[in-house]
Every structure is written in C-alpha cells, then in structure tokens.
Write a protein that binds this ligand. Structure first.
Ligand code: PGA
Length: 249
C-alpha cells in the first residue's frame, strides 16, 4: 500500500509504502510497465539485501507470465575485487541465486572480479555500457554512508567505471555476509557517477530502520556533497521508494 507521494525538488519523486513487500510490489510494477513499453530495455541492477524482495517478486511475475525479459539485457552496478565469480559472496553469484537462474534475460553483465588487471576490466565494462547505449532503468540501493553502487563518500567522484577502495563503513556493513574464515575484499569495481547519471530513469529503494538517518539527509532540501546519493537530486527522473521504517514511521 502506498502511503505518500511527494515531489522533492524539481525531479525526484518520493513514494512511501507501508511495508517492505509493498516497496517490492511497487517497484515490480515499474519493471512490468517498462518491459512492456520497451522489451529491449537495458537494465542496471543492484545487489545487497534491499533488492532481494524485488527480485523474488520479479521471478514470481516472470513465472506467471506477467513479464518477459527475453529481449532485455542488464548491467550490474558493481562487484568486489578481487573475488572469484563462483565465490558465494560475489555479486555474480548473488545475481544468479536471486534472479538470473530463474528468468529469461537475454544477456547480463557484471564487472569481472577475477580480472587480472582491474583498470583494464573497468575500461572494458564502460565500453560495453556505452555500446549498449547506456542504462534505460537503473536500480539503486543506498549504503548507510550514502554510497550508490560503490561510489563512496568523497570530495570528488569518478564519472566512469573504476576500481575503488571501500570505506570502513561499507566494509563493516557487509562483513555480516562473510564467514570469519573468509577473506572479505576491501576494494571493488563500480560504475561511476557519470554512467549512473546517463540512465534514463532511476529507481532508488530505501528500506529498513537502519536507513532512517541517511534517508533524512537525502530529503532535507540540501545537496550534501559528501553523500553520493544526494547527487541524484540533480537527475531528471528519479523515483525513491521507501518503506515506513526507513521513512521514520
Ligand atoms: P543493503 O546495501 O541493501 O544490503 O543495505 C545497500 C547498498 O550498500 O547499496
């Protein structure tokens, strides 16, 4: 159930839903519409706990014949580096486990966490994105520190896909996924702010109590330049979908 729809600034829409399931349903409706309108959509996809329910809902809708991904292709935002794609914590593994193993997507790409040369892999990925014409519909989550993809808070932001050192905050936030005997990567390959901004439409999902503070900052009427997600206030078509918990009730 949608509780509230607010326009933030000129271009950002804020939609507050009652529950996490409502957020996932609302977002899934956007995918159904998008793929009907443009079957050959280029999707930008995210990992993390936030989109898991959306992916589950998309799989359900695919199985019921409501959505068809066969002409679509996707690019994921980021991947740990170095990591083997077969590692249970790689984003490659995550995407197969939650989505790609169950739908008929034409083609999907994820930065290669086991590439020998990280910078060459970033350049290759950026070229693939450009060759596909950029992203039509970009899905984003947000870190508690405001990161989007792995564009971490900084005084400057890279436009293109790049190799980045993760902040202590991101390493700590994701440590819950790694067993104590597993090596947790401290760097990643991520799409840059430029490629995210070239996306025609962006959906940002913010769910759960842990995101209350960062959501407040995003909507306080200022562009905090040390919060990468705030840059989205300048994009022409962003829809932020929150649950009540992330909206502070
Ligand atoms: P989360 O991660 O969905 O696991 O909270 C989001 C992010 O870091 O972008």
């Amino acid at each position: 159930m949608t509780l509230l729809l607010v326009q933030i600034g000129r271009n950002m829409k804020k939609i507050v839903c009652e529950t996490y399931e409502d957020v996932c349903n609302h977002a899934a409706d956007i995918y159904v519409r998008q793929l009907k309108e443009k079957p050959e959509t280029v999707l930008g996809l995210a990992t993390g706990s936030t989109p898991v329910g959306l992916y589950k809902e998309l799989v359900r809708r695919y199985k019921s014949g409501e959505i068809d991904f066969s002409n679509a292709q996707s690019f994921n935002l980021d991947e740990y580096y170095p990591i083997d794609p077969s590692h249970s914590q790689s984003y490659d593994y995550f995407m197969r486990k939650h989505l790609f193993d169950y739908i008929n997507i034409g083609k999907f790409q994820i930065p290669n966490g086991s590439a020998e040369d990280a910078n060459a892999e970033c350049a290759r990925y950026e070229a693939e994105l450009d060759a596909a014409g950029g992203i039509d519909l970009m899905l984003l989550g947000i870190g508690v520190n405001g990161h989007i993809g792995f564009n971490e808070p900084s005084v400057s932001y890279s436009l293109e896909t790049h190799h980045i050192n993760l902040t202590e905050s991101s390493i700590a936030a994701n440590s819950r996924f790694f067993n104590s005997d597993e090596h947790q990567p401290t760097t990643a390959l991520t799409m840059g702010i430029g490629q995210i901004f070239k996306s025609k439409k962006i959906i940002l999902l913010i769910t759960g109590e842990a995101k209350v503070d960062i959501a407040k900052k995003l909507f306080d009427g200022k562009i905090h330049t040390d919060i990468p997600a705030c840059l989205l206030l300048l994009h022409p078509d962003v829809t932020v979908i929150l649950d009540k918990a992330a909206n502070g009730g």
